[in-house]
Design a protein. Sequence first.
Length: 139
Amino acid sequence: MRVMGLDVGERRIGIALSDETGTIAQGRGVYRRRGLEEDLRFLAEKAREWGVERIVVGLPLNMDGTEGEEAKRAREFAEALERAAKVPVELWDERLTTAEAERVLLEADLSRRKRKEIRDQLAAVLILQSWLDARRNKP
């Protein structure tokens, strides 16, 4: 099953895609947001083009596990995307994925500009890979 993973921010959306076996997440780029309707149209088209059967959207919970305004926006986006793409959309805890992505990129000794370009994509990969691993490790 092919799955798309998204790290949805205010300005950019990081995109990841699993292989056909649903084992490995790979980055597919960063989409610069243009407005909700256009964003949904773009992502729904990519989901169809890539044969996606499910979409995983990062849910930005507070460190104590509660939901704030960002989580509410992520839920609303996920619901709208599910209607637009006509595939199930699932939310997945994304706590620390952006920080982890930044740490990995710093260790890779990339310039600040280069890190900014790919941080959202790497966060999407981390969200999707975490979801894939949890699914595979279910008893």
